[in-house]
Design a protein around this ligand. Structure first.
Ligand code: SF4
Length: 405
């Protein structure tokens, strides 16, 4: 964790939780896991979190309450990636602790917090829990992401106020938060409490999900769109297949039907293609920001240029800001100067089929143009730095401006 990071879309990382477990294809070469394995020895910060033989996460998470105060001490506003070394919504992170994280974010509104999860079902459950704590029967709200959702989520003023109160109340159960409570009143303290809170949903908290392929998009985006947030975003990295955000299927999870099994939504505009019954999404909910990139590191899988171009096209069409983070280790051969592959062509070439599944062969399986099919992309392993982050010659570095709920 720290005030410096090589992650292109943020200024700093903040890790009040350590440790994780793999959940999907995007986790296969988890960067956090590799870093943690280096510091998992006796007395190290990741001791007990890594499987000794495999070097993979062992599924244990460690809460780091003393880290809750870190953003508090940063007086200069930053974009902060929350939990780069874990997943805030891992099932073993208590809701009270998540509430404490939200409380810190709410009272340090000078910062912008970027939360990214592969577990949006638990994120939604967390918000339901907050409401339930307030005993808001008037909301007719029954918690469920498991097929029993009922009620109208988060649409009234009372719900907004209940969320805020609930976060503040739950946060106080963490001693480190209680210790912070009087900090703002200590004269001469740098950083600290921002006088005006941002209101609910917190404008300085961006909620996002990782989307490595269409399956992940279908599973995670509908849940994200049910969560109250000022800014919702996706990180399509590592991008492992084509993703169409203009027709994401929202599964039926109600108990009164089903008349339909699902409906589709354009996640970039919020347009629904069939009148939904349950679950209803947040009013006007849509994806406000898309980050895309390829994989880097050992075993990195190449990203077909068409997948990145398609996301750029979709975002441009919908007016949604798009940030191209990196090619990763593999770049399309047109990125190589002059397109000259040189003598080591056989070693570095792969072939990617333009389909929903990614196939990659070493060049020895087919090293001439004659073996490529229409739509295939020729990629070369240049390494992350050399491959760079230009998409068709352009640096795409957009961020969301307007926050809306
Ligand atoms: S959810 Fe994130 S931190 Fe956890 S294993 Fe997957 S990639 Fe790694």
């Amino acid at each position: 964790m720290g005030d410096r990071t090589g992650i292109e879309w943020t200024d700093a990382t903040w890790n009040p939780v350590r440790g994780c477990a793999r959940v999907s294809a995007g986790c296969q070469h988890c960067y956090a896991e590799r870093v943690a394995a280096r510091f998992a020895g006796e007395g190290g910060p990741y001791e007990g979190l890594i499987h000794q033989k495999t070097g993979a996460w062992n599924g244990t998470v460690k809460l780091v309450p003393e880290a809750l105060q870190i953003p508090w001490r940063w007086s200069r506003p930053r974009r902060i990636f929350v939990n780069s070394m874990s997943d805030l919504f891992h099932p073993d992170v208590p809701f009270e602790f998540i509430a404490a994280v939200f409380w810190v974010m709410s009272v340090t509104s000078r910062h912008t917090y970027q939360i990214l999860t592969k577990r949006p079902e638990r994120m939604l459950e967390f918000f339901h829990w907050l409401i339930a704590r307030q005993g808001s029967e008037d909301l007719d709200f029954i918690v469920a992401v498991d097929g029993s959702l009922k009620g109208t989520p988060f649409v009234s003023d009372s719900a907004e106020s209940a969320m805020d109160d609930s976060i503040h109340e739950a946060a106080q159960t963490i001693p480190e938060i209680r210790a912070l409570w009087w900090e703002p009143y200590k004269a001469g303290k740098r950083g600290g409490y921002d006088n005006c809170g941002p209101g609910w949903p917190y404008e300085n908290v961006w909620l996002g999900v990782s989307v490595e392929n269409q399956k992940a998009a279908e599973e995670r985006i509908p849940l994200l769109l049910q969560c109250p947030a000022a800014v919702r975003w996706i990180s399509a990295e590592p991008l492992l297949g084509p993703v169409d955000l203009r027709a994401v299927s929202v599964p039926y999870v109600g108990t009164e039907g089903p008349l339909e099994t699902s409906y589709r939504i354009n996640a970039l505009t919020g347009e629904k293609f069939a009148p939904p019954r349950w679950p209803d999404l947040q009013a006007g909910a849509r994806i406000d920001w898309v980050v895309a990139g390829g994989e880097s590191g050992p075993g990195a899988r190449p990203m077909h240029p068409a997948w990145a171009r398609s996301l750029l096209y979709q975002c441009t069409e919908a007016g949604v800001p798009f940030l191209f983070k990196q090619w990763g280790d593999w770049a399309p051969t047109e990125v190589v100067a002059g397109g000259d592959l040189g003598g080591d062509m056989r070693r570095d070439l792969v072939r990617i089929v333009k389909a929903s599944r990614l196939h990659a062969w070493p060049a020895s399986d087919g090293d001439s143009d004659g073996h490529f099919r229409p739509g295939d992309a020729r990629m070369r392993r240049l390494g992350k730095k050399a491959a760079g982050r230009l998409l068709d010659g352009a640096l795409l570095d957009e961020y969301p401006e307007a926050a809306h709920g």
